[in-house]
Design a protein around this ligand. Structure first.
Ligand code: ATP
Ligand code: MG
Length: 357
């Protein structure tokens, strides 16, 4: 079976880390005999916007909808195009139109990388944040009254549906079930948010009936963020609404050291539409053009893509390969953000070579 992948490097260092992401992806495909068909696209980036006055062509949906996955670099260049324009014109369109209702981020401390949390070693931090990606607090329901007067009132509603909530919970429970610890933590705030969050808690309990092997706990979001920092070893799979998940999915990777290694997936689990895989970091204009960006975020996103496409063995081999390179910690190979003297290409090549054996 051929997997059709849409490749979109995007902006800034997206163009530098993508070739290394592809190098490692192709090495894994060769070793595991996986048939990949890569198609490159030059839209969904600020260069395209400057030429065409929009981030993507009008028929982008038609062009992309039949791919099995989208492999994305980074989008945005605030000095050239305002972030709300570049983001809303590309990534957020993908998330919505392709119903990528799961945002999945592994938070794993890697060998050779120093956590900002004192005395944390690989193995101490190894969990997933599962964020609801399509509804919840980020709705556009609401309005303003008496604007510009002393009586000004501003309202924005949270919209949670049973359909939307149950499907993200189901994904999170399935993930927890598949992991050795089988533990699920729910982010809530039912002591302060009196309608939606007690209901979220009820939906968690209802879903837990279908997963008797999974142990479940919940924390209010305020103490949960504190526990990410104080006790990251407590967590295995953490599930959260859109806003809470947004916060946790930045905090989690931050606890594991450099932003340059963190991957993410925007998933449509049913496969009705393509899922999208991209590093957590942005286009990093401050280092773009220097060839020193860490490619591991892109490479690891590629591993998540292979896993999503049914190749867990190849995905694991990629993670093993970059963990081995990080363990050896050859300074000449590593990028400067992890105290190396090498560059994007030296690190990408070392990981690909390791994979080729
Ligand atoms: P966005 O809003 O698109 O997420 P941002 O401004 O929040 O962008 P990044 O573009 O991710 O953030 O950059 C944040 C900082 O991290 C910058 O100093 C950047 O140089 C650094 N950085 C980001 N990605 C990498 C990488 N792959 N390797 C090394 N440093 C990186
Ligand atoms: Mg950012």
């Amino acid at each position: 079976m051929t997997h059709r992948i849409a490749v979109i490097p995007g902006d800034g260092i997206g163009n530098e880390v993508m070739p290394e992401g592809l190098r490692v992806l192709e090495a894994a495909a060769k070793r595991f005999d996986i048939d990949l068909e890569l198609t490159h696209f030059d839209f969904a980036c600020c260069d395209y916007y400057e030429k065409h006055g929009k981030m993507m062509p009008d028929d982008w949906f038609e062009q992309l909808k039949d791919f099995d996955a989208i492999f994305y670099g980074a989008v945005g260049w605030p000095e050239r195009v305002p972030d709300h324009v570049s983001l809303w014109g590309s990534l957020l369109q993908f998330r919505r139109q392709f119903d990528q209702y799961i945002n999945l981020r592994p938070c794993k401390l890697l060998p050779g990388i120093k956590s900002p949390l004192a005395d944390r070693k690989p193995g101490d931090i190894d969990f997933y944040v599962v964020r609801e990606n399509t509804e919840g607090e980020y709705s556009s329901v609401g309005g303003k009254m008496f604007e510009g007067t002393e009586r000004e009132v501003v309202i924005q509603e949270t919209v949670m549906t049973r359909y939307g909530t149950d499907r993200v919970l189901k994904f999170a429970f399935e993930l927890a079930q598949s992991r050795p610890r089988k533990k699920l933590t729910s982010a809530t705030k039912s002591n302060g948010i009196a309608i939606t969050m007690p209901w979220w808690d009820e939906r968690v309990v209802a879903m837990s009936d279908h997963y008797p092997e999974v142990s479940v706990d919940k924390f209010h979001i305020d103490i949960l963020t504190a526990n990410f920092v104080m006790h990251p070893d407590w967590f295995d799979v953490v599930v959260a609404s859109n806003l809470f998940g947004d916060i946790l999915s930045d905090l989690g990777p931050a606890c594991t050291g450099t932003i340059g290694v963190a991957p993410s997936a925007n998933i449509n689990p049913e496969g009705t539409f393509p899922s999208l895989f991209e590093p957590v970091h942005g286009s990093a204009p401050d280092i773009a053009g220097k060839g020193i960006a860490n490619p591991i975020g892109q490479i690891w996103s590629g591993a998540m893509m292979l896993e999503h496409l049914g190749h867990a063995d190849a995905a694991k081999a990629i993670v093993d390969a970059f963990e081995a390179v990080l363990t050896e910690a050859d300074q000449a190979v590593l990028t400067p953000d992890i105290r190396g003297l090498g560059n994007t290409a030296t690190l990408g090549r070392a990981i690909a070579a390791r994979l080729e054996g």
